[in-house]
Write a new protein. Structure first.
Length: 158
């Protein structure tokens, strides 16, 4: 048995920007939880990042370590190569998805969270399941409005 939570994530957008969704699988010992959500208009990178955020927000025991598996180089490299800290220093000025990165920083604990890149659409069963969840969520009829994307789009950052 593991003494850490496994968090698998994926995001999808059809059209990029277009209809999008995220999928999350959380695993701890014999427990498993799946989460997904869809948005009317968003981007793939926003959904990739939102999947991580929603997954981390769902962790109820902050004493446990979390291994986060993502096929998004955008997300994994931003953390592992420490770009996020430079962006924070400049107040995320002119950075896309600043709203989500700031939300991410409220739940991220460098000592407890490890990011691992996995190849997308390959042989990782849980990553593939997250992709299924994300795509299905993006096709739902009652999807949400990505207010952060709309604000950024209207502000000229896209």
């Amino acid at each position: 048995m593991t003494n850490y939570i496994e968090l698998y994530t994926d995001g999808a957008a059809s059209g990029n920007p277009g209809a999008g969704g995220f999928g999350v699988v959380l695993k701890y010992k014999h427990f498993r939880k799946e989460i997904s959500g869809g948005y009317k208009l968003t981007t793939n990178n926003r959904m990739e990042l939102l999947a991580v955020i929603v997954g981390l927000e769902s962790v109820k025991d902050n004493d446990l370590n979390v291994k986060i598996f993502s096929d998004s180089k955008y997300v994994v490299d931003s953390i592992n190569l420490k770009w996020i800290y430079g962006w924070r220093k400049i107040g995320f000025k002119n950075k896309a998805n600043a709203d989500l990165w700031q939300r991410f920083l409220r739940v991220y604990h460098a000592q407890k969270h490890e990011f691992i890149w996995v190849k997308g659409h390959a042989d990782n069963k849980e990553n593939n399941r997250c992709d299924e969840l994300a795509v299905a969520a993006s096709k739902q009829k009652n999807v949400l409005i990505d207010e952060g994307y709309e604000a950024l789009k209207n502000g000229g950052l896209f």
